[in-house]
Design a protein around this ligand. Structure first.
Ligand code: NDP
Length: 606
């Protein structure tokens, strides 16, 4: 039995991180490994607190409060609600919004923030971790504003809060408890937090995806090679034996390990990732662009040596099968090794205890072999650089098939746009460290298959399509498509860079003109600039670019539009996942951000 002072379900006083104020909370669980209590505030916010930040209720003077404030996040509302005994007794005379909050609260699960993270902001005396209305700030005046806000709040609300200083003049009075049902967080037998909310349609959805994703890849590749690439023109299934080619598997292995070798080269700076829940900070070597240059040199050398790259085009399906088999083997390895991973290194979303679901989503957040980070490597190198190489191969194949010395204008547009996208990702490699895939998603089949198969073999579908289905476009049309792509790129890049710079250094002078709101988790949310236009401006830019990549293929078939259709669905779903996570992380601050920025991706539409 762990040596813990407070039991699950016990109502205690929990210190609000970054302040000296204590609020009534209920203990929902205790982690034996980290020695942290998960506690729930009355507004539904859940945090992990150290034992030293928890006091028994009896150690506080009881007094009557004039406000209903139950955590600093509540303090934002200047609604000072009278707490008459009658009201308290009935309990049901709460406002409808409060009722809604209560319902929402029940659904909330244990948030991922803990004091290790919050400690960072504690050191920063200018930061206040509550969410008052007036705390929207811009960075230049941040310190002064925060201090003003803090002192104002401390003065204005000290009456409403419990603190540790004895108040002799006050009478012992009852604390009025809101009627609220607490839902204890489920824990595994070793005390780690278990994934309760399953995404992607749960186990059945995950199982379906494991089968459906590879099937979709083969179906689309088979259609694309047909003379009539209509999606309803089902291709004849190839013999199973013809799908395997040992040589192609060897080529894939060579490719994967060559990229791994490039990533291990001691060139490029080493940067720190975002702090993990355990407080650990991992380091990453930023050398993706060098790997790209070396790859380009290797491809150039093979052309010079007259190695038939066209061979890959002729055996494209077998190549995809090899990549798929490798990704399954990798996923099995990842799952098995995750069973031995320390509990605090598991991803918050991939630890449900169900094999199929966890295998799909990925249990371990940052699986590493020594300093070699498997997820980080797969996210950018073999798949993304592979996509560009496949495109280049298609460009050569088109010239050969059509007996031309130069590629078509459509092919040039598609491959150049996608080259720009990949080079941009590698050039701004550091920005990936603040994305969901790195900070939240575990590494399992979903990302392994996505990175190694889906990206290089499906994202190159337009180029593959153009090899056998020429599309003539005029220069004015091409110019309009180029402008559309650049417009999308501008939004995509500016939005991602803005958020990345802000997350890395919220006081970056370049961001001084932007306003943001603080959150209880210590981080702030931008509410002006790109992130004040819609809640995912980067997705908007990405979708515009996706459309520009399909348009050069003409409008005869829907197949080249598969990417933009699928990608829009993916990003809408991803947005919903991210919103859900952010709501858990930031609580009321996120709701206020949503009020302030009502559209998710498309301004005035969605
Ligand atoms: P984002 O880069 O959009 O990151 C979302 C996170 O940003 C949130 O979880 C939150 O994290 C933070 N955030 C949200 N709102 C704000 C705000 N107002 N102020 C400051 N921070 C905020 O997530 P993705 O990983 O989904 O996307 C990264 C890029 O990758 C996008 O451009 C996307 O289009 C692209 N992408 C491309 C794919 C492809 O296949 N081509 C697939 C998926 C994505 P926190 O607060 O914890 O920092």
């Amino acid at each position: 039995m762990p040596n813990r002072r407070f039991a699950d379900g016990e109502v205690v006083m929990g210190r609000w991180p970054g302040s000296v104020l204590y609020y009534e909370v209920q203990v929902t669980s205790y982690d034996d490994l980290t020695h942290l209590y998960t506690v729930k505030y009355k507004d539904g916010t859940e945090l992990e607190l150290k034992e030293s930040d928890i006091r028994s209720v009896s150690s506080f003077k009881h007094r009557k409060s004039n406000s209903s404030s139950s955590s600093p996040s509540r303090r934002s509302g200047s609604r000072s609600r009278s707490r008459s005994p009658g009201r308290s007794a009935k309990g049901k005379r709460r406002s409808s919004s409060q009722g809604r909050e209560s319902k929402d609260d029940k659904k909330k699960t244990v948030r991922e923030t803990n004091l290790t993270l919050l400690k960072l902001s504690e050191n920063n005396t200018s930061r206040y971790n509550g969410e008052p209305d007036s705390t929207e700030k811009n960075d230049t005046s941040y310190k002064i504003l925060q201090q003003k806000v803090e002192s104002k709040l401390e003065f204005g609300h000290r009456r409403d809060q419990y603190d540790l200083h004895p108040r002799r003049e006050k009478k012992k009075e009852e604390i009025f408890l809101e009627e609220r049902v607490f839902e204890p967080a489920k824990t595994t037998e070793k005390g780690s937090i278990q994934t309760k909310e399953l995404e992607f349609g749960g186990r059945i959805g995950a199982f379906f995806m494991i089968v459906f994703l590879p099937a979709t890849v083969f179906y689309l590749l088979l259609i694309c090679k047909q003379e009539d690439p209509s999606v309803m023109n089902f291709p004849p299934l190839p013999a199973v034996g013809s799908l395997w080619e040992t040589r192609m598997f060897g080529v894939f292995l060579l490719w994967f390990f060559l990229q791994a070798l490039f990533s291990l080269l001691p060139v490029g700076k080493v940067v720190e990732g975002m702090p993990l829940v355990s407080g650990r900070i991992l380091e990453y070597r930023i050398n993706g662009f060098y790997a790209f240059v070396l790859t380009a040199a290797a491809v150039g050398t093979s052309l010079y040596c007259e190695i038939e790259l066209h061979y890959l085009y002729d055996h494209f399906l077998q190549f995809a099968v090899s990549a798929a088999i490798f990704s399954v083997l990798l996923s099995i390895y990842l799952y098995v090794r995750s069973l031995k991973a320390p509990k605090e290194e598991l991803s918050p979303g991939g630890n449900s205890g169900n094999f199929v679901y966890d295998f799909f989503v990925g249990r371990e957040l940052n699986p590493r072999i020594g300093n070699f980070d498997l997820k980080y490597f797969c996210e950018l190198r073999p798949g993304l650089i592979g996509w560009v190489v496949v495109n280049f191969m298609m460009l050569l194949a088109e010239m050969k098939v059509r007996h031309n010395n130069v590629p078509s204008l459509s092919m040039i547009l598609v491959t150049s746009f996608q080259l720009l996208y990949v080079v941009d990702a590698l050039w701004n490699e550091e920005a990936i460290l603040t994305t969901m895939d790195i900070t939240h998603n575990g590494f399992g089949f979903m990302l392994a298959f996505g990175d190694l198969v889906w990206v290089p073999f499906i994202y190159s579908l337009q180029a593959y399509y153009l090899v056998n289905h020429p599309s003539e476009i005029s220069w004015p049309t091409a110019s309009a498509i180029i402008m559309l792509n650049m417009f999308g790129y501008y939004i995509f890049r500016s939005a991602n860079s803005q958020k990345n710079a802000f997350r890395r250094n919220p006081k970056d002078p370049k961001l001084a003109h932007l306003k943001c709101i603080p959150t209880a988790a210590g981080k702030s949310l931008l509410v002006t600039g790109w992130w004040g236009m819609v809640r995912h401006p980067n997705y908007l830019g990405d979708i515009i670019m996706a459309l520009a990549w399909s348009l050069p293929c003409g409008v005869n078939h829907i197949l080249p539009y598969f990417y933009v259709i699928y990608f829009t669905c993916l990003l809408i779903h991803r947005d919903a996942r991210d919103e859900h996570q952010c709501k858990k992380k930031y609580g009321l601050a996120w709701e206020r951000y949503c009020q302030r920025v009502p559209y998710r991706i498309f301004p005035y539409i969605y």
